[in-house]
Design a protein around this ligand. Structure first.
Ligand SMILES: [Zn+2]
Length: 145
Protein backbone atom coordinates (compact mmCIF):
# COMPACT_ATOMS: atom_id res chain seq x y z
CA UNK A 1 0.00 0.00 0.00
CA UNK A 2 2.96 2.29 -0.66
CA UNK A 3 1.58 3.89 -3.78
CA UNK A 4 1.67 7.38 -2.33
CA UNK A 5 -2.00 8.02 -2.94
CA UNK A 6 -3.14 7.36 0.59
CA UNK A 7 -1.87 9.08 3.72
CA UNK A 8 -0.03 6.88 6.24
CA UNK A 9 -3.16 6.82 8.41
CA UNK A 10 -5.31 5.76 5.47
CA UNK A 11 -2.80 3.07 4.55
CA UNK A 12 -3.04 1.76 8.13
CA UNK A 13 -6.82 1.72 7.88
CA UNK A 14 -6.63 -0.34 4.69
CA UNK A 15 -4.32 -2.80 6.46
CA UNK A 16 -6.78 -3.00 9.36
CA UNK A 17 -9.55 -3.80 6.89
CA UNK A 18 -7.37 -6.41 5.17
CA UNK A 19 -6.72 -8.02 8.56
CA UNK A 20 -10.45 -8.00 9.31
CA UNK A 21 -11.11 -9.69 5.96
CA UNK A 22 -8.24 -12.11 6.64
CA UNK A 23 -6.65 -11.35 3.30
CA UNK A 24 -3.02 -10.65 2.60
CA UNK A 25 -1.67 -7.15 3.05
CA UNK A 26 -1.85 -5.36 -0.28
CA UNK A 27 -4.90 -7.34 -1.44
CA UNK A 28 -7.28 -4.41 -1.48
CA UNK A 29 -6.88 -2.15 -4.51
CA UNK A 30 -6.44 1.58 -4.16
CA UNK A 31 -8.82 2.83 -6.80
CA UNK A 32 -8.00 6.48 -6.21
CA UNK A 33 -8.68 9.39 -3.95
CA UNK A 34 -11.27 12.14 -4.02
CA UNK A 35 -12.20 14.79 -1.48
CA UNK A 36 -9.40 13.26 0.62
CA UNK A 37 -11.19 9.92 0.82
CA UNK A 38 -9.36 6.85 -0.38
CA UNK A 39 -11.42 4.54 -2.61
CA UNK A 40 -11.05 0.80 -2.40
CA UNK A 41 -13.19 -2.21 -3.32
CA UNK A 42 -14.35 -4.98 -1.02
CA UNK A 43 -16.00 -7.90 -2.84
CA UNK A 44 -17.35 -5.68 -5.59
CA UNK A 45 -18.53 -2.83 -3.38
CA UNK A 46 -16.79 0.54 -3.04
CA UNK A 47 -15.48 1.37 0.42
CA UNK A 48 -14.13 4.80 1.34
CA UNK A 49 -11.18 5.30 3.66
CA UNK A 50 -11.37 8.34 5.92
CA UNK A 51 -8.37 10.49 6.72
CA UNK A 52 -8.71 10.00 10.45
CA UNK A 53 -10.68 7.90 12.86
CA UNK A 54 -11.17 8.39 16.56
CA UNK A 55 -13.08 5.12 16.89
CA UNK A 56 -11.10 1.89 17.22
CA UNK A 57 -13.24 0.26 14.54
CA UNK A 58 -14.01 3.41 12.60
CA UNK A 59 -12.52 5.07 9.54
CA UNK A 60 -14.68 3.65 6.77
CA UNK A 61 -17.74 4.64 4.78
CA UNK A 62 -19.73 2.40 2.43
CA UNK A 63 -21.20 5.01 0.07
CA UNK A 64 -23.81 2.73 -1.51
CA UNK A 65 -25.52 2.00 1.82
CA UNK A 66 -28.24 4.42 2.88
CA UNK A 67 -28.14 3.34 6.49
CA UNK A 68 -26.16 1.09 8.78
CA UNK A 69 -28.85 1.12 11.46
CA UNK A 70 -31.04 -1.29 9.50
CA UNK A 71 -28.64 -4.05 10.34
CA UNK A 72 -28.11 -3.23 13.99
CA UNK A 73 -25.42 -1.28 15.73
CA UNK A 74 -22.29 -2.20 13.87
CA UNK A 75 -18.99 -0.45 13.45
CA UNK A 76 -17.64 1.19 10.31
CA UNK A 77 -15.14 -1.65 10.09
CA UNK A 78 -17.88 -4.29 10.18
CA UNK A 79 -19.84 -2.44 7.52
CA UNK A 80 -16.73 -2.19 5.33
CA UNK A 81 -15.82 -5.85 5.78
CA UNK A 82 -19.37 -7.01 4.97
CA UNK A 83 -20.15 -4.32 2.43
CA UNK A 84 -21.34 -6.74 -0.25
CA UNK A 85 -23.72 -8.64 2.05
CA UNK A 86 -25.13 -5.40 3.41
CA UNK A 87 -25.57 -3.97 -0.07
CA UNK A 88 -27.28 -7.15 -1.30
CA UNK A 89 -29.73 -6.92 1.61
CA UNK A 90 -30.50 -3.26 0.95
CA UNK A 91 -33.82 -2.50 -0.72
CA UNK A 92 -33.01 -0.38 -3.80
CA UNK A 93 -36.49 1.12 -3.69
CA UNK A 94 -35.62 2.70 -0.36
CA UNK A 95 -32.58 4.53 -1.69
CA UNK A 96 -33.58 8.15 -1.25
CA UNK A 97 -31.39 11.04 -0.24
CA UNK A 98 -28.49 8.81 0.81
CA UNK A 99 -26.92 5.69 -0.59
CA UNK A 100 -26.88 4.38 -4.14
CA UNK A 101 -28.64 1.72 -6.19
CA UNK A 102 -25.32 0.55 -7.60
CA UNK A 103 -22.54 -0.95 -5.44
CA UNK A 104 -19.58 0.67 -7.22
CA UNK A 105 -19.12 4.41 -6.78
CA UNK A 106 -16.70 6.11 -9.16
CA UNK A 107 -14.35 8.97 -8.37
CA UNK A 108 -17.10 11.14 -9.87
CA UNK A 109 -19.37 9.90 -7.03
CA UNK A 110 -21.70 8.23 -9.53
CA UNK A 111 -22.83 4.59 -9.37
CA UNK A 112 -24.13 4.29 -12.91
CA UNK A 113 -27.77 3.97 -11.83
CA UNK A 114 -30.56 6.51 -11.92
CA UNK A 115 -30.27 7.60 -8.27
CA UNK A 116 -27.42 10.04 -8.85
CA UNK A 117 -27.10 10.35 -12.62
CA UNK A 118 -28.60 13.82 -12.92
CA UNK A 119 -27.46 15.21 -9.59
CA UNK A 120 -24.88 17.98 -9.19
CA UNK A 121 -21.44 17.06 -7.89
CA UNK A 122 -21.94 18.36 -4.35
CA UNK A 123 -25.20 16.43 -3.97
CA UNK A 124 -23.52 13.22 -5.15
CA UNK A 125 -20.78 13.71 -2.56
CA UNK A 126 -23.43 14.23 0.11
CA UNK A 127 -25.38 11.17 -1.07
CA UNK A 128 -22.21 9.09 -0.81
CA UNK A 129 -20.82 10.38 2.48
CA UNK A 130 -24.04 11.22 4.30
CA UNK A 131 -22.94 14.82 4.65
CA UNK A 132 -21.24 17.64 2.76
CA UNK A 133 -17.54 17.99 3.68
CA UNK A 134 -16.66 21.45 4.91
CA UNK A 135 -14.06 21.74 2.19
CA UNK A 136 -14.52 20.23 -1.24
CA UNK A 137 -11.29 19.92 -3.20
CA UNK A 138 -11.97 22.26 -6.07
CA UNK A 139 -13.98 19.96 -8.27
CA UNK A 140 -16.91 22.36 -8.00
CA UNK A 141 -14.93 25.10 -9.64
CA UNK A 142 -13.52 22.78 -12.27
CA UNK A 143 -16.87 21.40 -13.38
CA UNK A 144 -18.82 24.58 -12.90
CA UNK A 145 -21.37 22.75 -10.76
ZN1 LIG B 1 -26.09 6.45 -7.52
Amino acid sequence: MSDGILTPTQAQLVERLEDELRVKRGSLPVVGKKERYGFTMVNGVTVLIKRTSRQPRGGFIVPSLYSYTEIGSISNLDAAAHANELFDRQDPVRVGRYGHRGPIIGLDWKCGKDCCRDEPYKRRVERSLGFVPSQLDGELAKTGE
